[in-house]
Write a protein that binds this ligand. Structure first.
Ligand code: ADP
Length: 302
């Protein structure tokens, strides 16, 4: 830009580190690279300064600036994921090891205790399996390649999910009721994905609702949208957790979630699937009284 021509560098780029970089290159006639962080780690710029011959014995400096903020952020998300996943896997693994060691140290001879310990080992191995399956599913969903768009009846797709939740609910004294449209409701979407969304929300609703509670499912259409709602009269979600429950591994009540077989991945899978299908998901709740999850998907594909 004309306005910048022939003016001292530091008047234009008010970053002393860039001035030092240029001075160094002019003095040494060799390239130099540096990453500069601005605003904490909000912006990360990779600066490459190279000597540029400008005729006999005269040198200029060519500066290339690359914005690496996004790459840095992705790297940090990935690091967090690995740290969280390892942490989640460590607990059941440590339990398996402890039970196995106790068996090795003599509990094998106590038939009753041995059976209990082996049962616990199986439970913990199931938990690890659940985590690994959840992570694989999440990675498939995030890559977006798993989606297969076809026409199907949403009512028919939801029914087996409601039936499965009903069976799980009965064993803990929770009622599941469903309100479906009277006619078939054809939508163009990914059937498996749709069923995963329904199953995850239903299984949460049942798991977080106590004896005597009710889970209500509502399937309806609004203009070109398919609306799927799961409402429960369960423990509810605090306001501070509400905005975070869709994050991977986030659990409002860690103990309760683990006791009921939770992995902290179910809602994250729901969110990515819904987004991949061009829709949206929202959660509302009154702590202690219940929660409501609403999914909206375009009826005619995206
Ligand atoms: P989890 O496997 O722990 O249930 P999710 O990703 O499905 O993981 O849910 C994340 C967290 O959101 C849960 O740990 C729980 O605290 C909260 N949650 C999800 N659904 C409900 C619900 N219907 N009622 C109360 N809390 C819920």
């Amino acid at each position: 830009d004309e306005a910048y021509l022939y003016r001292p560098l530091l008047e234009i780029v008010r970053v002393p580190a860039v001035g030092q970089l240029v001075e160094h290159v002019l003095k040494e006639h060799s390239s130099r690279e540096e990453t500069l962080e601005f605003g904490g780690q909000e912006r990360s710029l990779r600066i490459l300064a190279r000597p540029m011959p400008l005729g006999e014995e005269r040198f200029g400096v060519l500066i290339t600036v690359r914005d690496e903020t996004l790459i840095k952020r992705i790297e940090s998300v990935r690091r967090d994921f690995v740290a969280n996943a390892s942490h989640e896997l460590k607990t059941p693994l440590a339990a398996i090891r402890a039970y196995a060691e106790t068996l090795q140290l003599g509990a094998l001879d106590d038939r009753e205790a041995a059976e209990r310990f082996v049962g616990n080992i199986v439970t913990q191995a199931d938990r690890i399996n659940g985590l690994v399956q959840g992570m694989l599913q999440l990675s498939r969903v995030q890559s977006g390649s798993a989606l297969k768009i076809e026409s199907f009846d949403a009512r028919e797709a939801v029914e087996p999910c409601v039936a499965a939740a009903g069976a799980m609910a009965r064993s803990k004294g929770v009622k599941v009721q469903a309100e479906m449209p009277a006619e078939p409701m054809v939508i163009r979407s990914d059937r498996d994905g749709f069923q995963t969304i329904a199953s995850n929300l239903l299984s949460n609703a049942v798991r977080y609702t106590e004896d005597g509670g009710t889970v209500s499912v509502l399937l309806s259409s609004e203009a070109d949208w398919c609306v799927f709602q799961v409402q429960d009269t369960g423990v509810g979600i605090q306001e501070k957790d509400l905005e975070r429950i869709f994050e991977r591994f986030y659990r409002a009540e860690k103990d309760r979630s683990t006791d009921t077989g939770g992995t902290g991945l179910g809602l994250s899978i729901v969110k990515h699937l819904v987004q991949g299908l061009g829709g949206g998901v929202t959660a509302t709740s009154e702590p202690g009284r219940g929660s409501c999850f609403e999914v909206r998907l375009p009826r005619f594909g995206s």
